[in-house]
Design a protein around this ligand. Sequence first.
Ligand code: PRP
Ligand code: URA
Ligand code: MG
Length: 209
Amino acid sequence: MSNFTVLNHPLIQHKLTMIRGKEVGTKDFREVANEIAELMVYEITRDLPLKDVEVETPMGKSIQKTLAGKKLAVVPILRAGLGMVDGVLRLIPAAKVGHVGMYRDEKTLLPHEYFVKMPSDIDKRILFIVDPMLATGGSANMAIEALKKRGAKSIRLVVLVAAPEGVKAVQEANPDVDIYAAALDEKLNQDGYIVPGLGDAGDRLFGTK
Ligand SMILES: O=P(O)(O)OC[C@H]1O[C@H](OP(=O)(O)OP(=O)(O)O)[C@H](O)[C@@H]1O
Ligand SMILES: O=c1cc[nH]c(=O)[nH]1
Ligand SMILES: [Mg+2]
């Protein structure tokens, strides 16, 4: 069973509360969503391995630490995942970016894939899938499958708000994928929206309502 972790850092919690408010406009929603993504990535990269390197400072040679092991890539689930990419790249500017296009049918709630473009060395990277909302888990599971089909070996799922239904669905279908959220909310409503949630994250990020 994969791990599910709620990142309880006070700044993450504070900023998430800020964007839940329905009066928050597109500019602020976008800005703060990226700030939360940045803080989340800081938290979830604590376990990255380090190795020793020799550095010559103006004072002489010494052994210091540098990142070792697999390189990273961030993979937004379009559209709403795009609202977290800049925040991740602020911390890991050399990360590659893959894209998975996915929309959820409003009636059936089933996901439909419409675009996939990944770095060619996908099998050698730790992939951070980002999407603000994990609702039924259908989109996340389809995105994970799309990456595995193309060779991905190491995937982490990073969401702002998770519903219990979505966490369970991903843990069952993809037990090797660890999930990180800023909040675990109460439930899904009859239309498949997370309650209390954020509303429609894509519409709020891009002003399309
Ligand atoms: O867990 P699920 O039940 O699959 O729902 C979550 C998905 O729904 C939203 O995307 P949406 O389909 O609204 O597309 P958009 O990002 O283009 O708005 C959200 O960004 C997730 O990708
Ligand atoms: O609450 C939800 C559920 C799915 N997609 C959203 O944007 N919001
Ligand atoms: Mg949407």
